[in-house]
Each structure stands twice: as structure tokens, then as C-alpha cells.
Design a binder for this molecule. Structure first.
Ligand code: PMP
Length: 276
């Protein structure tokens, strides 16, 4: 059965949503997006995701051709029509038609669409036993903007699978940034430490920073070094689809004792209970 999506003002089946090959998104990778989850017919954290979507568009210099209410309505209809228990929603905005194949484009022809796919949660045992990461030397360009440029991450998927890692951790010149589709934290002496700059400011990360004091935890946003990874007590990643996921191994070394520690365990639990 074909899924429903929103495309330039209409709800249509996915096969009817076509972006021209001459769109600058295709030719030059000029497009932004945001991804959020649907829970039944509701979209938790919708405001935060739409805020980031409009922020990304503004920073990239692309004008969003529709008002927020239209996107909210479209998301509500897609959740009702597709009827997935949990949904992956992706709001995509392209630059528009290139002018003569060059670097300029006609901003009146931007394409906006919202795709909906079934969200299949990761198995419980990954949250209980923890997952591993591999590192790669990289920092996302225009890191605070959610551009569609994930070329580096896509090119590393074979390596990730071979290493049985859940994600790739970006490190560069001794600094730790983020994972390919998640933010990264270490726990050291009861503090949660995460990179401050050179990352996408994740919505899950933001919610955790807000909730941490209520759990008597302190979050420190600062440069995090590769050397510190080896001294971490615990580690985890945060992301809309993965939630809070314990990390017990990075490349060939174990984090702490190589098991899920008590602080990360409590964060996973709190997130499940909607306390984050
Ligand atoms: N960093 C990158 C590069 C991402 O793609 C994502 C996923 N949107 C995140 C971090 C985590 O952000 P969020 O918590 O909003 O899903």
C-alpha cells in the first residue's frame, strides 16, 4: 500500500510526490529538513521541531513557502491517514529550480513535502545491554543547520555495519562532536558532558538539558576531547528515534566497565516514562 505524504499543499500518495531533477536540491544539495516522531495521532515535541525547521531554513537562506499552521495540519492528517503506531516524519524543503543549472535558483519554486514512514523501535535488549560506536574523522559543515547533506554518513554505512556499530561518532583534531544522526554525551563524576559547538542542537539533547537538574544531574556543554572518552564512566547518545541509548564501546575500547552504568540506566528509564 502506498503511503500518504504532504507535497506542496496537498496530501497525496508518495508516488505522486516528485521533485524535478533541475531543483537545486538535486543538483547542488541545497535543501533543509527536520525529522520528528509521531505517537499514534500525536506528534510530541512538534513545536521544538518546527522551531528548528524554520531556524534551519532561515540560516540556510531558504524561505519557507507555507505558514506553520499548514504544516501542523498536514502532520495531523498524515498521522490519521497512515495509521502507523509510531511514525517517522520528515519535513523537507528544497531551494527550488536552478537558473540555467548554475548556483542561483528561483525561490518561488521551492518544494516542500512531509514524508511519513513507520517507525520501528530498536529492540529492548540494545537499551539493556548497550551499543557500540565507531569513530570517523569529520565535522558536519554548517553544523547547526539541518541540511540534507549526509553524504559522509551514507558513505560510512558499510564500515559501520561491518563493525556492528549503531552509529558513527564524529571526531576531528582531538575533539568529539556528535554521531551521524544523534548527539553524544559522556558521564564523568556524575556530570553529563556534551559538545557545545560544531553540532546539530538536537531536540532530545535540549529536553535532557532542561530535565537534568530535576534529576539532580548537571549537564556541561563544552569541548569534549577524544582523550576524555577513555576516562568516561558511562556514555550515551540522544536522538528523536533512538531516544537515550547507552554506549558501552567505542572502536576497540570499552566505556567504563563495558556495561550499562546506573546513571544512563536511569536516563533511559526517565525518557521512557516521558520525564525528559
Ligand atoms: N545530530 C545529527 C547530525 C542529527 O541528524 C540528529 C537527528 N536529527 C541529531 C544530532 C539528534 O537530534 P534530535 O534529538 O533532534 O533527533
Amino acid at each position: 500500500m502506498s503511503k500518504y505524504c504532504y507535497f506542496n499543499g496537498k496530501i497525496v500518495t508518495e508516488d505522486k510526490a516528485k521533485i524535478p531533477v533541475t531543483d537545486i536540491a538535486v543538483l547542488r544539495g541545497y535543501a533543509i529538513f527536520d525529522s520528528l516522531a509521531g505517537e499514534g495521532s500525536k506528534a510530541p515535541r512538534l513545536v521544538e521541531h518546527l522551531d528548528r525547521f524554520y531556524r534551519s531554513a532561515k540560516s540556510a537562506g531558504i524561505k519557507v513557502p507555507v505558514v506553520r499552521e499548514e504544516l501542523v495540519e498536514a502532520i495531523e492528517s498524515l498521522l490519521k491517514k497512515n495509521k502507523f503506531a509510531q511514525t517517522k516524519l520528515r519535513i523537507l524543503l528544497t531551494g527550488g529550480q536552478t537558473i540555467n543549472g548554475g548556483l542561483e535558483y528561483d525561490d518561488k519554486s521551492a518544494n516542500i513535502c512531509i514524508l511519513a514512514d513507520e517507525l520501528l523501535p530498536l529492540p529492548n535488549k540494545i537499551y539493556e545491554n548497550g551499543a557500540s560506536l565507531i569513530t570517523a574523522e569529520y565535522e558536519r559543515p554548517l553544523s547547526e543547520i539541518k541540511t540534507t547533506n549526509y553524504s559522509f554518513a551514507v558513505s560510512k554505512q558499510k564500515d559501520r555495519k561491518k563493525a556492528k556499530a549503531i552509529e558513527i561518532l564524529y571526531v576531528l583534531e582531538g575533539k568529539v562532536y556528535e554521531c551521524s544522526t544523534s548527539n553524544f554525551f559522556i558521564v564523568k563524576d556524575k556530570e553529563l558532558i556534551t559538545a557545545k559547538d560544531g553540532i546539530l542542537k538536537g531536540v532530545t539533547r535540549k529536553m535532557l538539558i532542561k530535565a537534568a537538574p530535576k534529576m539532580n544531574l548537571k549537564v556541561v556543554e563544552r569541548d569534549l576531547t577524544v582523550a576524555e572518552l577513555k576516562t568516561a564512566d558511562e556514555a550515551f547518545l540522544t536522538g528523536t528515534y533512538k531516544g537515550i541509548l547507552p554506549i558501552i564501546k567505542i572502536d576497540d575500547f570499552l566505556i567504563g566497565k563495558g556495561v550499562v552504568g546506573p546513571i544512563v540506566k536511569s536516563l533511559v528509564q526517565a525518557n521512557r516514562e516521558g520525564k525528559i
